[in-house]
Design a protein around this ligand. Structure first.
Ligand code: GLN
Length: 486
């Protein structure tokens, strides 16, 4: 297998055996980025110089390759996580030149584990979107077919992993932004339980939903990354102080006798036939592997889109109030007074979708409408959460499609925000409920575009969904996918 297609756990083997140097690996990736990024647009910022410098420390023996399972591993980071000294744009003109003075906790922990950062990846502006078309730096294209979207909002990270432009990557998921692009690009993406991974240093979109998680070539790599990312951090008050299980060790356990719930509300009309077919095959595969399947009901599923698109914009409108041109971010040069400074800086700095969300959110929170919208949506959120809690009394995990449709054409949905929002129907409920979910490749559409299977677990059951995904991956041949990007 070529170097750039190796999963982290295999690459590490070569590095530790000294069959290859860290700088050779980093250089190989940088060479690929040099030729392919112009086509795919996965990276917003490439950190060639610092990556090679870091790699040199290993090759000169000044850093120890045996110190951690991530030592010397080249990673890409979604450009919404603060990395000290490197610009963090959030895919927005607003933060085009913002250089954070500190590291996000996940970045700090990845650094101490010895990872080498290759660069920051493209995303929908402030992580708002499902196709990566909302980036101020242009869309990330799907490596399987450059006329298709990569998914969003972590499309840059997912495309970089799929196209062999990094070993693995960090993404964030508020309503599906790790799982959906992973599914569209044929890689593995895990959204941890809300509270499992620190959000400190993650530029906020919707604070009650945002989570950081891994995007990787296989499930083992996702487990490996999560092992380093998960844990308590006093700098994020929603971070939960629970021991971190041995995710890698858990993969080996059997899945025989595990009960999988199939939600009847997820097999709706309008789901693409290729998605429905790969879902049926996935159910069969799990039965062959000794898992039992049971029908479960998540009766409030169809309210998920409406509830999410009130709650997320409401929180976003409040979080984004800080970008007023005064302290940091874009500052208009032709303001006449304070009010016009606010107005112009914000109109010039934000793109159309972000403005739409700010307006939706401000409206939903305004006096007189709060009870009808935000409060109602929060109540619906509780019902959705309770649906899952009840379903998990009957099963260990739930399986479902990640998205109702395969990757769509660039431009196809940009003028129809409602259609775009509806494509999130299967990822939003788990986000609202705060439960973990993983996306693992489960087939290809008629157009040879990847399709992903979603496995959802109870709060803090990352270990069991990783295990189920790992056994599924080993029993199927959708992996490792290698897009014909050259
Ligand atoms: N597609 C959803 C949205 O546009 C989810 C985005 C995300 O998870 N960051 O809000």
């Amino acid at each position: 297998m070529p170097l750039h297609s190796l999963p982290v756990h295999e690459l590490r083997h070569l590095l530790v055996q000294k069959e290859i140097k860290v700088s050779e690996v980093v250089q190989a990736y940088l060479d690929r980025v040099e030729t392919l990024n112009v086509k795919i647009n996965a990276y917003v910022t490439v950190m060639g110089e610092s990556a090679l410098k870091e790699a040199g420390l290993y090759d000169e023996g000044r850093k120890d390759l045996n110190a951690s399972p991530l030592a010397g591993v080249p990673l890409a980071i979604k450009d919404v996580l603060c990395l000290r000294g490197t610009r963090t744009t959030c895919g927005s003109k607003m933060l085009e030149n913002f250089v954070p003075p500190y590291d996000a906790t996940v970045i700090e922990w990845m650094k101490s584990a010895g990872a080498v950062f290759l660069g920051k990846t493209n995303l929908d502006e402030f992580a708002m979107g499902s196709s990566n078309e909302n980036s101020a730096f242009g869309p990330t294209r799907n490596p399987w077919n450059l006329s298709k979207v990569s998914g969003g909002s972590s499309g840059g990270s997912a495309a970089a992993v799929a196209a062999g432009l990094c070993s693995a990557a960090l993404g964030t998921d508020t309503g599906g932004s790790i799982r959906q692009p992973a599914s569209f690009c044929g890689v593995v993406g895990l959204k941890p339980t809300y509270g499992r991974v620190s959000r400190y240093g993650l530029v906020a979109f919707a604070s009650s939903l945002d989570q950081v998680g891994p995007i990787a070539r296989d499930v083992e790599d996702a487990a490996l990354l999560l092992q380093t990312m998960a844990g308590y951090d006093s700098r994020d008050t929603t971070c939960v102080d629970l021991p971190v299980p041995d995710y890698m060790g858990g993969l080996k356990k059997s899945i025989g006798g595990m009960k999988l719930g199939i939600p009847k509300e997820y097999l709706i009309d309008g789901i693409h036939p290729d998605v429905a077919l790969s879902m049926e095959k996935a159910i069969e595969t799990f039965r062959t592997l000794g898992a039992e399947t049971v029908e479960v009901s998540l009766p409030h599923t169809h309210y998920g889109v409406a509830a999410y698109y009130i709650i997320a914009p409401a929180e976003a409108s409040s979080n984004l109030a800080r970008y007023d041109g005064v302290k940091y971010g874009h500052r208009s040069t032709d303001a006449r007074d304070l009010l016009s400074l606010y107005r112009r800086s914000r109109s010039e700095g934000f793109g159309a979708e972000v403005k739409r969300r700010i307006m939706l959110g401000t409206y939903a929170l305004s006096a007189g409408y709060y009870d009808a919208y935000y409060k109602k949506a929060s109540q619906v959120r509780t019902l959705i959460r309770n649906d899952f809690l009840k379903a998990f009394e009957k099963c260990d995990a739930i399986i479902a499609p990640v998205a109702p449709i395969p990757p769509f054409d660039i431009g196809e949905k940009v003028d129809d925000p409602l259609q775009m929002y509806l494509s999130d129907i299967f990822t939003l409920p788990a986000s609202l409920a705060g439960i973990p979910g993983i996306s693992v490749p489960c087939g290809f559409s008629g157009e040879h575009l990847p399709i992903g299977l979603q496995i959802l677990g109870p709060h803090f059951a990352e270990e069991s969904i990783l295990r189920l995904a790992h056994h599924f991956e080993r029993a199927t041949d959708h992996h490792p996918g290698r897009p014909p990007v050259e």
